[in-house]
Every structure is written in structure tokens, then in C-alpha cells.
Design a protein. Structure first.
Ligand code: MTE
Length: 338
């Protein structure tokens, strides 16, 4: 057991001490070493996730306020050697965001052109309570939480990133799905004026970038809608102002800059499936036993690394979250449903 998130039911009165609450924007309870397995909510974890070097962003006042009110409820990876939080420069400089280009540096170079304010999100489909919501109103009713998760890309690199956001389940509950809702479909903004990758005639993606989850996956307590990372708002290249984070799935499921969340009856076709269905499936659960047709998924390069020190580690089933999520896939052939 490497990473475990506390269910609200695991919280005891004595755990919710002022110490276990998020301390300040610049000093998170991000203890990793010494936590041991299992829950650590007492607030006595090492506050060793120091974000003092992380540059200030330019978040609107409401978002700053939400961030400063974040509750530390995440349980962090417990392997102090392997699961170090990636330096902010790696997490915000080595990205996949094809709307801004295909090179890992393109998103950081070009995503500054994205206007993230004002931003609204449409919630529609099989819901009783849909509509278009200003991001601020969308976020307001929920308490921000920090979640320190591994992100494992299908390309076999990985990082540990401290996200800030709200459980997707809260948004879905508020939308009040009808009995027909079986899946959740997500869309990224389409705006070629702001997103130069969408202007490129060489692009292999049929915009918008689309992703999907089964309803039970979307409702799982690990599934996060992130609006920040490293104690600040999301940099544009990481999917500002709103992105999904599904830590037991390959990174392509974690769709960025979301403008639409639809509850639907049929399994959505996600962008990578549309491009190469024999290589990228709907489920995309991290699985070291099912290789990509063109490369092994048994190991990963954990960033930060270098040519001389590739920092190769074993990939874990469900990215180390099997205890929390494996039961959702009982009886499912994971070789067929990759
Ligand atoms: N979302 C959109 N809209 N466009 C993309 O190209 N790339 C995905 C995912 N979300 C992508 C996206 C892939 S392949 C990965 S690995 C993660 O974002 C990378 O997230 P990061 O750049 O924040 O590490």
C-alpha cells in the first residue's frame, strides 16, 4: 500500500486538529518520509513539502481564497526514496498538451496565450440540474483538498505532483444524474486563436480533446477536479483553470482546460482511442502486465531524471492504487479492456 486517501468516514474528531488542516499557501502538510503505510491524518506528518521556491501565479482573488482554505486530507506516497514530489520546474516544464504543440516544452512556451478568466463550464446531458456555471460558482460550494498523486504517462514517464482541487463526485452529485447516466464525458476548450496546436494542419487530434470515465470511476473519491498545484493555481500548461486527475489511469485520461462535463448513456470515445484504438483504450488503467503494442509498460522513468541517471522504477498495478480501485474492475478482462 503506497498511497491511500482518507475517506471522510476515516476522519475522527481528534484527527481534525488545526495542525491537520492546510497550514498556509506556502507550507503544506505534504509529509512523505516517515508516514508509513496507511492513513496519516493526525497532522504530525513531516511538513516537508516546501513550495517556497514555486513562483507566484496570478490567480483571481476568489481562487486565492479557496487555495488558502485548502484542507490537507491526502495521504502521500510513502516511499521516501522514489516518491519525491517533482520540482515545480519539471511539473510545469515537461508537459503533454497537444493544443499547444507536440514537443514537451511547447505547452510551457505557448500556453500563455490561453485566457483562463472568465471561464465557464457546461454541465449537461443526463442530469436534472445542469447549466453553464462560472468557474467561481462551480468551485465555491466545495472545500479544496490537496492530493499528492503519482502521474504515470502512457509514454512511460512519471512524476509525483501535489494537486489542489475538489472531488469530481461532488460536482456530479450536485448535477443530480438521471438513471440513464452511465458515463461522464469531458471536453477541452476549442479556440484555435488561443491554442496554436489547434491551428496546425498536422494535428492528429480531431478537436476538441475528449475523455471519458465510467460513472463509478468518476464518483471514486480519488478522482479529482484540479484547479491548482504546488500551493498555487494551475499554470496554463498544466490545464488551467480546471483539469481532471485520475491517478490510477494513464495520464491521457486527465483532460485539461475543461469546458464541458456531460453525463451520458453510452461509453464516450476518447481522443486517443479515436486516433489509435489498438494502442489506447477507454479504460487506460496503469497496468505493468499489459504492454503498449510498441513498448513495455513494466517500468517508468520517474522525473526528475537525466540521460545518465534515468531513474527507472517498476510500474505498479493501478499506479499503486490497487487497494482503492481494483474492486471496480473485478471480472473485467484487463487485457481486452486496456
Ligand atoms: N488534455 C488535453 N486537453 N490535451 C492533451 O494533449 N495530454 C494528456 C493529459 N491531458 C492532454 C491532456 C497527457 S498524454 C498527459 S500525460 C497529461 O495530460 C500530462 O499532464 P501534465 O502535462 O500536467 O503532466
Amino acid at each position: 500500500m503506497l498511497i491511500k486517501i482518507a475517506k471522510p468516514s476515516d476522519l475522527h474528531e481528534s484527527d481534525v486538529t488545526p495542525e491537520s488542516i492546510y497550514l498556509s499557501r506556502r507550507r503544506f502538510m505534504g509529509g512523505m518520509a516517515g508516514l508509513g503505510a496507511g492513513l496519516a491524518l493526525s497532522g504530525h506528518a513531516q511538513a516537508n513539502a516546501d513550495y517556497s521556491d514555486v513562483p507566484d501565479g496570478d490567480a483571481p482573488a476568489w481562487l486565492k481564497e479557496k487555495i488558502s482554505d485548502t484542507q490537507w486530507r491526502a495521504i502521500t506516497p510513502s516511499d521516501p526514496d522514489k516518491d519525491k514530489i517533482a520540482p515545480f520546474d519539471d511539473a510545469s516544464g515537461y508537459n503533454n498538451f497537444f493544443e499547444f504543440g507536440t514537443d514537451k516544452g511547447d505547452p510551457a512556451r505557448h500556453a500563455g496565450s490561453l485566457q483562463t478568466e472568465p471561464w465557464s463550464v457546461v454541465v449537461d446531458g443526463e442530469v436534472n440540474n445542469g447549466g453553464r456555471f462560472a468557474l467561481e460558482d462551480f468551485a465555491k460550494p466545495s472545500q479544496f483538498e490537496e492530493r499528492i498523486y503519482r502521474l504515470r504517462c502512457v509514454e512511460a514517464w512519471s512524476m509525483v505532483i501535489p494537486w489542489l482541487g475538489i472531488p469530481l463526485a461532488e460536482i456530479i452529485k450536485r448535477a443530480d444524474p438521471t438513471s440513464k447516466a452511465k458515463y461522464v464525458r469531458f471536453e477541452t476548450l476549442v479556440d484555435p486563436d488561443q491554442m496554436r496546436g489547434q491551428r496546425s494542419s498536422f494535428s492528429i487530434i480531431d478537436w476538441p480533446y475528449v475523455e471519458g470515465l465510467r460513472l463509478d470511476e468518476a464518483m471514486h473519491p480519488l478522482t479529482l477536479l484540479a484547479m491548482g498545484m504546488y500551493g498555487r493555481e494551475l499554470p496554463n500548461q498544466n490545464g488551467a483553470p480546471l483539469r481532471l486527475v485520475v491517478p490510477w489511469k494513464y495520464g491521457f485520461k486527465s483532460i485539461k482546460s475543461i469546458v464541458r462535463i456531460s453525463l451520458v448513456e453510452e461509453e464516450p470515445v476518447n481522443s486517443w482511442q479515436q486516433i489509435a484504438a489498438d494502442e489506447y483504450g477507454f479504460y487506460a488503467n496503469v497496468n505493468p502486465e499489459v504492454d503498449h503494442p510498441r513498448w513495455s509498460q513494466a517500468t517508468e522513468r520517474r522525473l526528475p531524471n537525466s540521460l545518465f541517471s534515468p531513474n527507472t522504477i517498476d510500474t505498479l498495478m493501478f499506479n499503486g492504487y490497487a487497494d482503492e480501485v481494483a474492486e471496480m474492475y473485478a471480472g473485467l478482462d484487463l487485457r481486452k479492456n486496456y
